[in-house]
Design a binder for this molecule. Sequence first.
Ligand code: BMA
Length: 374
Amino acid sequence: MAVRFLTIVYFLALSAKASAQQDMPGGKYATSETINLYRNLKKIAKTGFMFGHQDDLAYGVGWKYENGRSDIKDVTGDYPAVYGWELGHLEIDKPHNLDSVPFDRMQQLIRQGYERGGVITISWHLNNPLTGKTAWNPEPGTVASILPAGEKHDLYKSWLDKIAVFMNGLRGSGGEFIPVIFRPFHELNGSWFWWGGKNCTPDEFKKLWIFTASYLRDEKKLHHLLYAYNTDRFSSREEYLEKYPGDEWVDVIGFDIYQRNTPNEKFIGDLDKMLSTLVDIAAEKNKISALTEFGGNFSDSTWWTGTFAKGIGKHKISWVLGWRNAGRKPGGEFEAYVPYKGHVSENDFISFYEMENTFFEKDINNKKIYQKAF
Ligand code: BMA
């Protein structure tokens, strides 16, 4: 009896191992930290979601580059679990990104976040390679111009070479590569970026995506990247998948959502509906799902528990990323999405922090997410 029981346990263990072994990110030769991150991100979604913030360690409302400071930490006493960073203007050899974050400092802050066990995700508002203007210059024909045989293809490759240098510079204290969830060509169904919406065909977009991911993986030998495919608000599964480049080239699927003038009740419904579709697609394709960027009703003192947590509900997503706390910008506009000390929703954010299914650094620390037994 005992022998038979042990035999069954042995075969169960073997088959669990075999199926875990098959669950690999698209980057075929991914480093072990990257593979562990990929698998653990999926596990996390079963019990809750991690909270992330763009540029969290670089600046907040009313401060810049104070070592160890973070608006999230000022409010909760804890750091976020996910750190978002942005590479726009690396391609044009600027020493700092389009939001004035110096790239060398960014690398140090990425390392700090990683050493504390945080997850790193990077977006790229790259300039328009055809016109030399910004990412928001939706010149038709731009995507075609950078595909192989296009007039700007070599220029685009030289931009990817710079991305590779930056990514290669991301190492942990043991010399290992710091895994990065790379999120290029985001909000891909909107018309405001040159790669978005009707500014290119689905076929051109897919070719651009596959060229980019295969160039970074096979030519530049980057094996510590996971790829996030993401739209803005969408209204159907078909719309969401219109430009999906294929399972081999995508590890994470997500979308960005800003509440703007939408009333809370409607926003809860919108979020719930889109997350249902997203999570269904992720389950079908065995991908990680995430709310890759969000911004809510910032003047509502109970928005976190009263609206945001309700919209997320029980949907199985791995993380959410609040966009940057730029504060008062040079043009006079105020921009912030997560509470800072003294903000009206500070107390409600603490209640949100204390919810069982929201994970911050203390929930995922000691680099557990990069280890096998999570
Ligand atoms: C936008 C705003 C801009 C910023 C850009 C890229 O949504 O936050 O101020 O330059 O993202 O980070």
